[in-house]
Write a protein that binds this ligand. Structure first.
Ligand SMILES: O=C(O)CCC(=O)C(=O)O
Length: 269
């Protein structure tokens, strides 16, 4: 491992987030950008709007990788699964799901502060969300993080638009702290990014994004990866994204070894 990689790994461990520049080249980003565009015109069954009617749209879609086989080819060619394996310290890396998040120019809807893991059906510490913008992103419109928030605290997940608790029962987890009301108190990190750059963060790291105040779209693909310690945690509620019927195929506590979560990388291969 190079010193460069050691620094990234240390930063990921300490802060729960690291920005790695130039992971994808221009051709690879063009492939991802086209996939994102296709989802806008031909959404999958989980495509949804996360903005108020009449406003420029904040669009989301999930779990479309099987419709676009070229996606995993590009991700492998860029070495992203190997990078995730090194950052997590895991001997294997699986895809958990893909998530598209597009804020059209002028979309006012912020992405509220949240963690990713409480929306999911998984336990374990070895995990990564990789946010891959396909447009230039300014410091004002980028994804922001509270460094070091990836300890063992799980905060209550709520809907992006109207903060409804649809997952864990209301009082079972603490509410997300009011970070924007007192930003000086929190170590907030964020990077202006170019297409090809990736921010990689732990699924318990608190993160958020402002609306898109720019005149260009802010299109991003977020890929979720799991390491070897990830296990299935069926929930009593419908997770986001949902994996209907999985509880009948993968017992609680089992490793996420299932065709829905393809193995993308193993150490030494
Ligand atoms: O793109 C956004 O605004 C939010 C992204 C996000 O929350 C994620 O990738 O986990």
């Amino acid at each position: 491992m190079t010193t460069h990689e050691v620094t990234h790994r240390q930063q990921f461990e300490d802060d729960g987030v690291v920005c790695v520049r130039g992971v994808f080249d221009a051709e690879q980003i063009a492939v991802i950008r086209q996939i994102v565009e296709n989802m806008l015109t031909d959404p999958g069954p989980h495509g949804q709007t996360a903005s108020r009617p009449g406003e420029p749209e904040f669009f989301e879609d999930f779990c479309n990788w099987q419709r676009y086989p070229e996606l995993l080819d590009v991700v492998a060619a860029a070495g992203l699964p190997a990078l995730c394996g090194e950052l997590m310290g895991s001997p294997e890396v699986r895809l958990y799901h893909d998530h598209v998040l597009v804020k059209q120019p002028g979309a006012q809807q912020p992405t509220p502060w949240h963690q990713d893991q409480p929306f999911y059906n998984g336990e374990g510490r070895q995990n990564i969300s990789a946010w891959i913008p396909v447009d230039p992103v300014s410091r004002e419109t980028t994804l922001e993080f509270v460094a070091g928030s990836h300890d063992d605290t799980w905060y209550l997940p709520t809907t992006f638009l109207d903060q409804q608790a649809k997952w864990f029962p209301d009082s079972s987890l603490a509410p997300v702290p009011p970070i924007d009301e007192d930003r000086e108190r929190f170590p907030v990190r964020g990077w202006a990014m170019e297409p090809g750059d990736v921010v990689l963060f732990h699924m318990l790291t608190l993160h958020a994004a402002a609306g898109n105040s720019r005149t260009i779209p802010r299109r991003a693909l977020s890929l979720r990866f799991l390491g070897a310690d990830a296990t299935h945690a069926p929930r009593r509620w419908t997770t986001s994204p949902p994996f209907p019927g999985l509880e009948g195929e993968l017992p609680a506590g089992a490793p996420m070894d299932h065709p829905l979560f393809p193995l993308l990388w193993t150490a030494g291969h």
